[in-house]
Ligand binder design. Structure first.
Ligand SMILES: *Cc1c(COP(=O)(O)O)cnc(C)c1O
Length: 426
């Protein structure tokens, strides 16, 4: 009995524990075995008793077969890039579960023949944006721009204002993306001012298209001017407009944010946008515009490499047709309602204080927009334990405090939030 290492139970014996056997069915054998091996290792190292191996393995089992942890976004940033941008609506989540099984995604049940893939999502977008003659969906907005360059400007020039040479984030720059597609950039104007004459002077036989990019994540103020979509549409070359955010129609809370309907009505031939920013759906790149152009994009060989998964198509359709997703709800939340929730939460937590604060749109969108919000203020020392709790709560540090902004927290999760904070103070 002297050497505890000899008493460490064998793997098959531990795996027979009812909780671990059940976990094998939901999490898979490899994952459960890895957890058991770790517990055995701890027993060999003398950190736990050999008799406790199964018990420790059970305690260490993850809740799901994904390493992703669902978190409460109390940052006050509506579209938080590091938290996965837009969280999906329940309708979109349900659609993803359905689409994950065998479905008629590319099959006509009436005829028994092949059908157009993603027709539901495409039809939903077409109905939502009647100004678009054609609709196509790719992996993300970067892919949409890439496909436009590959199709409309191979070896040709893309005319672009120097004020719109945008870096999206993580070091990715739209001009470099277009150059990688084999197009040449023809920069016109200056950082702060570009006129229609600048564009007109650059257009010639080598022009593939004029590109207008929404400077979504920065603002240039002061002595500035830019040619509008309506003016640029007068030029005798295709006009592609990257609106960034993915608004399909004007938004009352964000009057300065461009939208697909307005851009098309003003004369854009093609609009590109993200699906997981202000639309509030899955990661996707929307291409909306003149039917012939969109069909050319769809037929380009690279379209296959950029196509979206069935899970994305399902979530996108449910986002466009279904109830407003969390991003849309959060944009229109009233500060008074958020404040009332903050008061209730603070009253349940000693040392917490309800405060008014300012939330942001985020996701590299609407940089100047401030959304009046409310939240709960805690000592700064709460920040880390809250992040490491179950569920993790991510707040923001502000003026030496940990602030939990409620704008992007579902009211149904208020009790979860209270419990998470209490767990940190005990
Ligand atoms: C976010 C953004 C992109 C990139 O979109 P992804 O969907 O992340 O590829 C491109 N252009 C603009 C103007 C953007 O705001």
């Amino acid at each position: 009995m002297g050497d505890p290492r000899r008493r460490v139970p064998r793997t098959d014996v531990v795996l027979a524990h009812p909780r671990l056997a059940a976990a094998e069915r939901t999490l898979g054998r490899a994952l459960v075995k890895a957890v058991v091996a770790e517990a055995q290792q701890r027993a060999r190292a003398g950190e736990i008793e050999p008799e406790q191996v199964a018990e420790h393995a059970v305690a260490a089992l993850p809740a799901a077969a994904t390493s992703l942890r669902p978190v409460l976004n109390a940052t006050g940033v509506v579209v938080h890039t590091n938290l996965g941008r837009a969280p999906l609506s329940q309708a979109a989540l349900d659609a993803v579960v359905t689409a994950g099984r065998a479905t008629d995604v590319e099959f006509d049940l009436a005829t028994g023949r092949r059908a157009r893939r993603g027709r539901g999502a495409l039809a939903a977008l077409a109905r939502a944006v009647p100004a678009a003659g054609g609709v196509h969906v790719v992996n993300n907005n970067a892919a949409a721009l890439l496909l436009a360059a590959l199709t409309l400007a191979p070896g040709k020039e893309i005319v672009l204002s120097r004020g719109e040479l945008v870096e999206i984030g993580d070091g990715f720059r739209i001009p470099e993306l277009l150059a990688a597609a084999g197009s040449r950039l023809r920069e016109v104007g200056t950082t702060n001012r570009t006129s229609l004459r600048d564009y007109a002077g650059a257009i010639g036989p080598d022009t593939g298209f004029v590109l207008k990019v929404h400077p979504s994540n920065f603002q240039v103020t002061g002595f500035t001017s830019a040619a509008g979509i309506a003016e640029l549409a007068e030029l005798d070359v295709p006009l592609v407009v990257d609106i960034g955010s993915g608004l399909l129609a004007p938004h009352p809370v964000l009057p300065d944010e461009p939208d697909a309907t307005t851009a098309l009505k003003q004369g854009a031939d093609l609009v590109t946008a993200s699906g997981d920013k202000l639309l509030g759906g899955p990661q996707a790149g929307l291409l909306l515009g003149e039917a012939g152009l969109v069909e050319r994009l769809r037929r380009h060989p690279a379209a296959r490499a950029l196509r979206v998964d069935k899970l994305t198509l399902a979530a996108l359709e449910a986002t466009v047709l279904g109830p407003p997703p969390p991003v849309v709800e959060a944009l229109s939340a009233k500060q008074a309602d958020l404040r009332a929730r903050a008061e209730r939460i603070a009253a349940a937590l000693p040392g917490a204080e309800a405060v008014d604060c300012v939330a942001a749109v985020g996701g590299g969108g609407a940089p100047g927009v401030e959304l009046p919000s409310a939240g709960v203020r805690l000592p700064e020392s709460y920040a880390r334990p809250l992040r490491e709790g179950v569920p993790p709560v991510v707040g923001r540090l502000e003026a030496g405090h940990c602030l939990l902004d409620l704008r992007m927290v579902d009211a149904a999760d208020d009790d979860v939030l209270v419990a998470a904070v209490r767990a940190c103070s005990s």
